[in-house]
Write a protein that binds this ligand. Structure first.
Ligand code: GCB
Length: 615
């Protein structure tokens, strides 16, 4: 789905700001909420999760529907426009009304959706938008969860280890767009003998005019100079000696598509940024532009005080600045698709992204980040069913449609720590992987593997291109015993490397660390232990050539559900929740800057030669 943006033919109005907000308890008649405007309702900020905005336990813990309402004036000049309202995300289910008329219903808390509201949008007049948002997770949602009743109270349980923040967590836009318009753009790039072939698939809305539309394409370089053009009928453009998008140097071109009527009238213009780069898994190497790439960075969360999971440009800029300062070149969008603003920024910053779906918690042996006792089988009528898989597939469709054009995205992660060693796992994941490859044949596919089953027990890893492993020896087990943990980790990684002959990225490793807690000798929870823990893991990575990346869990401390093993959330951050560095930052920074220097002084393969070899 295209981003909301202004172009010569499109106008956008941001609906971010304060919306009337109410928590709803009525079990029925959701649509009644849209029929009246309640001027006395409290106000909530958008974008933000609503949970931490108020000093109110009931709102923080609410399970079910809330409503947001805003009255907006349609710009007077939009008489000839189609009026579309776009939600960058509503977590997890949303129903939208315009002046009481239902215009959209969407399930999936981290992908965008939009609705045409032209019939209710009179230019120069007001329209009231009501959005009901439901935070419930069920066995038919991704991620899954379960609802139960505790006396009068409805409660939500889920097996993933981050708080179920909800609401209008990303921006909302009112868009005035042409009726005959561009609705989708897919850009693919290929390198052949020093020339980039740019495939452009531009889709139009279906109107009486669209079959006669002529599409004109041109590519502008980063300075805005036109470097390639194509007339109607062409869907491939060429760039001689293109400037490549590289880690650390996010060079972007822009594809400008102009839809024209046969009479030469401009109907719509849309510009899509893209980068020229190759990604390939070859043997045990991960290659970007034909050069071996070693991932350094973090698993992260969209998690902030007050905002919850709400997007904030200021915090995004600051987090990227901290990551770059540390020498990180990558991160994983653990454990859901992040705001599109974040991927746009990563494209420009040259930061590499492992793009993860929201499929987390598909594992009855896990609960809130800890290994529990499996209370029921994962795959079967009581937990992950066909309905869960269908929701997962729909989510992947929306994720890939949204993120396919981002050069920063080099790898899809279809799930975090699913149950991979039991009956039903292979039957579940075979179609999921096949669908991902069909939706995007240009990127490799992975999943993040939980420590529980050993290399010999896993039933799905061979379906994937890259092994992403999450490991906690020395924390959840062998707690405090790093000497033995080192041996166990080394054996574990060695076995995976030998059995699978694929690149390995350590996508999680870390120890909960309370900032300011110091001990001698190093004890779990102290800053000294985090430092020793990471140093131990790094020694092991350096001894196994198949390891092509390390992403520490986590970039910053983050909020979780309340359990007895979390004190004010998960404390495995290298930074506190308010982004103060813990002691280990200095050591890791030294290591990553040194790895970076080493990589930039290594002679590199010519990416064009590699592309030719592939062809
Ligand atoms: C994991 C999960 C992550 C948790 C982490 C932990 O394996 O993937 O979501 O937060 O462990 O800290 O327990």
């Amino acid at each position: 789905m295209l981003r909301a943006k202004s172009t010569p033919t499109r106008e956008v109005v941001s609906l971010d700001g304060l919306w009337k907000f109410a928590v709803r308890h009525e079990p029925t008649a959701v649509e009644d909420w849209a029929k009246r405007f309640d001027p006395r309702a409290r106000e909530a900020a958008v974008p933000a999760s609503y949970n931490d905005l108020f000093a109110d336990q009931e709102i923080h813990d609410h399970v079910g529907w809330v409503t947001y309402q805003k009255t907006v004036r349609i710009p007077a000049g939009w008489a000839a426009k189609e009026v579309v309202i776009r939600f960058d995300a509503a977590t997890h289910e949303a129903i939208v009304w315009a002046d009481g008329h239902e215009v959209a219903h969407h399930v999936g808390g981290y992908t965008p959706f939009e609705a045409v509201i032209t019939d209710f949008a009179r230019p120069g007049e007001e329209v009231t938008i009501t959005v009901a948002v439901n935070n419930q997770l069920t066995l038919e949602t991704i991620p899954p969860g379960e609802i139960s009743q505790r006396g009068e109270r409805r409660t939500q349980t889920y097996r993933h280890d981050f708080f179920n923040y909800a609401g209008l967590t990303r921006s909302v836009w009112l868009c005035g767009v042409p009726k005959t318009r561009i609705v989708d753009v897919t850009v693919t790039t290929r390198l052949e003998s020093g020339v980039a072939r740019i495939g452009c698939d531009v889709r139009l809305s279906e109107t009486a005019e669209s079959s006669a539309v002529q599409m004109h394409l041109r590519i502008k370089d980063a300075e805005g100079a036109v470097v390639a053009t194509a007339g109607p009928g062409a869907d491939t453009l060429s760039l001689d000696a293109p400037t490549l998008w590289r880690p650390g140097c996010g060079y972007l071109y822009e594809l400008e598509a102009t839809a024209m009527s046969p009479e030469g009238e401009t109907l719509d213009v849309y510009s899509q940024p893209f980068g020229v780069r190759t990604v390939e898994v070859r043997g045990t190497e991960f290659l970007i532009n034909g050069e071996p790439f070693y991932f350094t960075g973090f698993g992260r969360h969209e998690d902030l005080p007050v905002f919850g999971r709400g997007h904030s440009d200021a915090h995004m800029v600051h987090d990227f600045a901290l990551m770059t300062w540390m020498g990180a070149n990558s991160f994983r969008t653990s454990h859901y698709p992040y705001a599109e603003d974040v991927l746009d920024y990563a494209d420009r910053a040259g930061i590499v992204v492992i793009d993860e779906s929201a499929a987390v918690g598909l594992n009855t042996a896990m609960g809130g980040g800890e290994f529990g006792h499996r209370d029921k089988p994962t795959y079967g009528p009581d937990y992950v069913t066909d309905a869960t898989r269908l929701a997962h597939e729909q989510h992947l469709r929306e994720l890939i449609a949204r993120d396919k054009n981002h050069p920063s995205v080099v790898l899809w992660s279809v799930a975090n720590e699913p149950d991979s060693c039991v009956d039903g796992a292979r039957e579940y994941f075979e179609p999921i992987v096949a669908l991902t490859r069909e939706l995007d044949p240009t990127r490799p596919v992975t999943f993040a593997h939980v420590a529980l089953p050993g290399a010999g027990d896993d039933r799905i890893a061979d379906l994937f291109d890259v092994l992403c492993l999450n490991r906690y020896a020395g924390w959840y087990f062998l707690t405090g015993d790093l000497a033995v943990a080192e041996k166990v980790l080394s054996r574990d990684l060695g076995t995976w490397a030998k059995n699978y002959r694929r690149p390995i990225i350590m996508t999680e490793y870390g120890a909960d660390t309370v900032a300011g807690l110091h001990t001698a000798p190093a004890q779990p929870w102290s800053e000294e232990y985090q430092r020793d823990f990471l140093e131990t893991y790094h020694r092991v990575f350096d001894s196994i050539p198949e390891v092509v990346g390390e992403q520490i869990w986590n970039f910053a401390d983050f909020a979780t559900q309340v359990t007895t093993h979390r004190v004010d959330g998960n404390r495995k951050g290298m930074f506190t929740r308010d982004r103060k560095p813990k002691s280990a930052v200095a050591d890791v920074r030294r290591r990553w800057l040194e790895l970076k220097n080493r990589a930039s002084s290594t002679p590199t393969t010519d990416p064009e030669t590699t592309a030719e070899e592939q062809a």
